[in-house]
Design a protein around this ligand. Structure first.
Ligand SMILES: [Zn+2]
Ligand SMILES: [Zn+2]
Ligand SMILES: [Zn+2]
Length: 350
């Protein structure tokens, strides 16, 4: 399939009686960009209904791209001809089939009136604790400001490349001494390598436990303002604005504090704890880079495509499953694995 291209007028589609501009979204579409092929300036209702049903979160996100009916980019003179061609004329049956639509079109009203997106979001979380859990799992695609003062706001944004720049020297530093002293002793070196790999495995377990039991801590309607604000800071915001590239990787400073808190108690039980820490940090670095790539990359390797679809299912469909991001290993162990549909064609994102 070709990659669909927008035009100067955007990538306008019609769904039921509404119009949407998908030009900013098509590269992020969890179902791939190639599935949108031929929909520019067309009615996508029939194809949308034939496609696997979209989750409630996906239907909510779609509202972000709605354009007003008086928008000059809406095509008045050539309604639906492209979609009709693609769907072999089946859009004539569209109205009679609307009852078969498995998508939740009567989706509850937007909850975004509860907060003011033009103001700092963090102080507002305390006002919405009763419905915070529901609100945070309804994704939007809009700029998020966490703090009012610019100097605090600046600290909340992390470009992806800062993470390897910060952590690679730390990883080398912690492993170097043990590697250096065991360099001429093969069995000792094999031991050090084993401890390093153990550290990587330890990370995969930490990735799962942190994501499942800390980042997705169960919130109730009587959860206090502090716990909701904490949740929003550590992971809630990533589910609320999943397409914010500056809020995706873990900022190095809190990361270093968290690593220290986990490392010190563990170091009493481990032999060669510095090498284990180095391996765990290497595992973490791979995880964070992979998480970023899953959101923004256009993978062609089957495993990475699978993990991208897997992670998007966690975001938009099964937020209580699929906690593994770099691998589904611990999801299999703890029975929280998501089973993906087999596709007849490869998805692409660019
Ligand atoms: Zn879709
Ligand atoms: Zn999550
Ligand atoms: Zn994510």
């Amino acid at each position: 399939m070709d990659t669909p291209k927008g035009s100067d007028a955007g990538f306008i589609v019609k769904y039921r009686q509404e119009y949407y501009d998908l030009s900013e979204f098509m590269h992020k579409h969890p179902g791939g960009i190639n599935t949108l092929n031929g929909l520019n300036q067309a009615d996508m209702t029939a194809r949308f209904m034939k496609a696997p049903p979209h989750s409630d979160a996906a239907m909510y996100l779609m509202k972000e791209y709605k354009v007003k009916s008086e928008d000059p980019r809406i095509p008045m003179t050539k309604p639906r001809h492209q979609a009709r061609r693609i769907d072999n004329g089946q859009d004539s049956q569209e109205r009679s089939n609307e009852s078969e639509d498995k998508n939740n079109n009567q989706l509850d009203e937007s909850m975004e009136h509860l907060v003011d997106w033009s103001k700092a979001m963090l102080p507002q979380i305390a006002n919405i604790t009763k419905c915070y859990d529901e609100w945070v799992h309804k994704p939007v695609d809009r700029p998020l400001r966490l703090f009012g003062p610019w100097y605090l706001e600046m600290l909340t944004k992390t470009p992806w490349w800062l993470v390897p720049i910060f952590w690679i020297p730390v990883i080398i530093r912690f492993a170097w001494e043990d590697i250096h002293t065991s360099w001429n002793d093969k069995s000792q070196l094999a031991c050090v390598t084993g401890y390093f790999l153990f550290g990587v495995l330890l990370w995969t377990f930490l990735e799962y436990t942190l994501h499942r039991w800390v980042f997705h801590i169960k919130l109730k309607c009587n959860s206090g303002p502090w716990i909701c604000t904490f949740h929003f800071m550590i992971h809630g915001l990533h589910h609320k604005v999943p397409f914010d590239p500056m809020r995706l990787v873990f900022p190095p400073l809190p990361g270093a504090i968290l690593a220290t808190l986990i490392y010190y108690p563990l170091s009493y039980f481990l032999i060669q704890p510095r090498v284990v820490l180095s391996g765990a940090l290497a595992g973490y670095l791979c995880y964070d880079m992979m998480h970023y790539y899953l959101h923004y990359g256009n993978p062609s390797f089957r495993h990475i495509v699978h993990m991208k679809r897997y992670h998007y299912q966690h975001h938009f469909t099964h937020q209580d499953l699929g906690y593994g991001i770099s691998s589904p290993l611990w999801d299999v162990v703890f029975k929280t694995r998501i089973h993906l549909r087999k596709l007849k064609y490869q998805l692409r994102w660019s």
